[in-house]
Design a protein around this ligand. Structure first.
Ligand SMILES: NC(=O)C1=CN([C@@H]2O[C@H](COP(=O)(O)OP(=O)(O)OC[C@H]3O[C@@H](n4cnc5c(N)ncnc54)[C@H](O)[C@@H]3O)[C@@H](O)[C@H]2O)[C@@H](O)CC1
Ligand SMILES: Nc1ncnc2c1ncn2[C@@H]1O[C@H](COP(=O)(O)OP(=O)(O)O)[C@@H](O)[C@H]1O
Ligand SMILES: [K+]
Length: 482
């Protein structure tokens, strides 16, 4: 599990640890890890550290201090290091002295862009977890120069200007190739749009003790997903594995039903029941589906329902499904048709799977606002509806109604932005719900497999939603190491 902690939690842990260590020890740990990472980057871009050109962008806080100490280490190994001081009278004193002793030079911001343009490596120590809002005016030309230069840009702790706690980006920020972060990941390193500015992320252990339950966000890894995947045992039969009901599709959108069933068949349930007007299309493609002409109530027992993909205006089916006392996944048209009160008063778990546009409609804000604030949007919806919420997009975020860390999915690919891939996801997640996984686990496991399947299906070329569904078994095998 990759876990991310809020700034407040990180600062508390730092304070506790600092009280037990000699003055400045933590910063030295951070700087040592940072310098080692920079040396590796310089090896790649300049062939070696000795004789390479390094520019440090140094703000007025400890983030700048880290950059200065790391710069001093690189200067001692023969790099030509120049520190650009954004606030010369407030730059970290100890760091500045160390850099000067090591032969580094300093300059103020105005003439710096030319040096940045010639650098092999730019170290962004403008601002870290102490930052508020986007970059201040004086720092913007430096961030622009770094973006234009052919130098590798390494961010200290965070790309300067992003919101560490939320992943929001308000104003100008530094775009990094690599972010070296200290003690713990911050949510902003896992969640777009900020994540996109971080580049690759490397964590340097500085000895902070951070309990898993205090995490703000977490990203499942292969090993975590492997433990969650339901695997049939000797005593399993199709009913014990779980039956998932899919109430989807309409005369206008029969394909949504086919794609949701395609996902559901590959999600671990022992059987898929389909109810709705697209039964013929479903059977033609997937003869193993149990198709019913009756509504959800009379379709036979299921352990979870998926409702909504391609449902058009069929509000009564949505209402019928919501009345069932089993877990329900609501997607697409179902989100619009569901009565909020009926969702809130459900006793069994509910999982809602909106994309940003659907979430925006439910929240009464713009799509851009949701895309800019994924974490708070997912949490807000989960709280309003008393449901788990899986907010789809470039970073998929899954929030529980009762708080706790959000799950962030890192396996996706923008090739998944193709019509119908969301239908596949809802079938897959519903199937996992039917096997007995809690909503948060079902949603995050489905997003993980779906992202991986998207990568396997696309391999750098466009793939249709049905290709993604077909690649789900390969994603399972990959996760399980088979
Ligand atoms: N606290 C600790 O024990 C450790 C902290 N470390 C480093 O210390 C950093 C935090 O240091 P600070 O608390 O001094 O805070 P920062 O250095 O992150 O930022 C504070 C300074 O930046 C300025 N600033 C705020 N918002 C800005 C913006 N939008 N644009 C430009 N400047 C802005 C503020 O005026 C303030 O002077 C971490 O990110 C990390 O790099 C590491 O050395 C590890 C140990
Ligand atoms: N830029 C992106 N990067 C990664 N995944 C994406 C991106 N855009 C969309 N996706 C994923 O693709 C799927 C699209 O679902 P959705 O928007 O519901 O499409 P549809 O309604 O056509 O099925 C979701 O799983 C979403 O997370
Ligand atoms: K930084």
């Amino acid at each position: 599990m990759r876990t991310a902690y809020s700034v407040e939690t990180v600062r508390n842990a730092e304070r506790e640890l600092m009280a037990r260590l000699p003055e400045g020890a933590l910063m030295q740990r951070a700087a040592a890890g940072l310098a080692a990472a920079c040396a590796q980057v310089l090896g790649r871009v300049a062939g070696r550290v000795y004789g390479s050109r390094v520019v440090l962008l140094v703000g007025s806080g400890d983030n700048g201090g880290d950059a200065l100490y790391a710069g001093a280490r690189l200067a001692r190994r023969g790099a030509g290091v120049t520190a650009v001081l954004l606030a010369p009278d407030r730059a970290h004193g100890g760091g500045l002295a160390a850099l000067r002793r090591a032969g580094g030079r300093t300059m103020s911001g105005e003439s710096a862009p030319a040096d940045v343009a010639r650098a092999d490596l730019v170290l962004d120590g403008i601002v870290g977890i102490g930052g508020k809002g986007g970059l201040r005016e004086a720092a913007v030309p430096l961030a622009d120069a770094a973006a234009r230069s052919r130098a590798a840009v390494v961010a200290v702790d965070l790309p300067s200007g992003v919101d560490a706690d939320t992943g929001e980006v308000r104003g100008a920020v530094v775009r990094a190739d690599l972010t070296v972060t200290f003690g713990a990941h911050k949510p902003g390193l896992l969640i777009d749009p900020a994540r996109e500015y971080a580049g690759a992320v490397r964590l340097v252990d500085i000895g902070l003790a951070l309990p898993a339950e205090a995490a703000e966000a977490e990203a499942l890894q292969h090993a975590d997903v492997a433990l969650l995947l339901p695997v049939p045992g000797a005593e399993s039969d199709k009913y014990r594995r779980g039956v998932v009901g899919v109430a989807a599709g309409s005369a206008r959108y029969p394909g949504a039903a086919v794609l949701a069933v395609a996902g559901a068949l590959r999600g671990g349930a022992g059987a898929v029941r389909y109810v709705g007007p697209a039964g013929d299309a479903v059977i033609a493609r997937f003869p193993e589906t149990l198709v019913s002409d009756e509504g959800p109530k009379r379709a036979g027992r299921v352990q979870a329902w998926v409702v909504g993909p391609g449902a058009g205006d069929d509000a009564s089916t949505v209402a019928e499904v919501l009345a069932a006392e089993v877990p329900v996944l609501i997607d697409a048209d179902g989100l619009r048709l569901a009565d909020p009160e009926a969702v809130r008063s459900r006793t069994a778990p509910t999982l809602m799977t909106p994309h940003a546009g659907e979430a925006a409609a439910l929240l009464g804000v713009s799509r851009e606002e949701v895309e800019g604030a994924r974490l708070s949007s997912a949490r807000e919806l989960a709280a309003r509806y008393g449901a788990a919420v899986l907010l789809k997009g470039s970073t998929t975020v899954v929030a529980s109604p009762d708080g706790g860390p959000v799950r962030v999915n890192a396996t996706g690919t923008s090739w998944l932005a193709t019509a119908g891939s969301g239908d596949v996801l809802s079938g897959l997640a519903g199937s996992l719900l039917a096997t007995g996984l809690p909503a948060l686990d079902a949603g995050s496991t489905a997003a993980y497999l779906h992202g991986l399947a998207g990568r396997l299906a696309a391999r750098g070329a466009p793939a249709g939603a049905h290709d993604v569904a077909k690649a789900i078994p390969a994603a399972w095998r990959d996760v399980r190491g088979d």
